[in-house]
Design a binder for this molecule. Structure first.
Ligand code: C5P
Length: 220
């Protein structure tokens, strides 16, 4: 394979878990480290693509990766929507929080009664990937599905629901997936048999995912 196998392609990747603010010192988040998304960005850049990485994480990136730092789902959505039109390959690897606090206080929340519990009101965040799927023009759109059970069935449903060309399905929990150095995955595409990628370092898994995408684009 030639070294610049993604030359001329513009790749947009999101990475990391979003942080949803409660107050100036507290937030809700998840176990995502941003390693998988950052690996995708780095491999794409090494393969000659022009890469933009929208990320909540601070994993090391190659010098030619354009980084946009974000924290919340709303910021991530805005950055993805701005960059979307100019991208050929879009990969939503970020773990977007499904909910955010209904209110974000501008002062540190106080304990009303030290012994009492408290109820936190949450509102739903929009599904960024599904939104990109609805406004897709020429882009190849990929998402991830992290599942603890019924991997193939749950992830296949997401292909149609999100309007994606590819769902990378992986099992999470009990040390797998989130924040681990290695990962295994199943590639799901419309009208195609699932392709299993064995457990391997995330950089190698990223290369396998991008090679599959490059092959799909060649066939278009
Ligand atoms: O529905 P679920 O969260 O399992 O879907 C995961 C995929 O959808 C990932 O690609 C993730 O980046 C994306 N997602 C999103 N916006 C959300 C939730 C998930 O773009 N609010």
């Amino acid at each position: 394979q030639p070294t610049a196998w993604l030359a001329g392609k513009r790749v947009l990747v999101s990475a990391g878990g979003t942080r949803e603010r409660l107050d100036p010192v507290r937030y809700l988040t998840n176990d995502s480290s941003g390693k998988m998304g950052t690996a995708l960005a780095n491999v794409a850049a090494a393969a000659g693509a022009a890469v933009t990485l929208v990320t909540t994480a601070s994993q090391p990136v190659l010098p030619n990766v354009k980084v946009q730092a974000v924290a919340t789902a709303a910021e991530l959505a805005a950055a993805m929507q701005t960059e979307y039109a100019a991208a050929d390959i879009v990969i939503m690897a970020a773990a977007v929080a499904d909910f955010r606090p209904a209110q974000s206080a501008d002062h540190k929340l106080k304990k009303a009664t030290p012994t009492a519990g408290m109820t936190l009101e949450l509102v739903a965040n929009p599904d960024i990937l599904a939104g990109l799927g609805q406004t897709k023009t020429h882009q190849y759109l990929a998402g991830f599905a992290a599942e603890t059970d019924d991997l193939i069935q749950n992830a296949t449903a997401k292909l149609a629901k999100k309007g994606a060309d590819l769902i990378v399905a992986n099992e999470v929990g009990h040390g797998r997936g989130f924040n681990a150095p290695d990962n295994a995955a199943v590639l799901l595409r419309p009208h195609r048999a699932p392709v299993t990628l064995a457990m391997q370092p995330k950089v190698e898994l990223a290369a396998a995912i991008l090679r599959a995408i490059a092959q799909d684009l060649e066939g278009r």
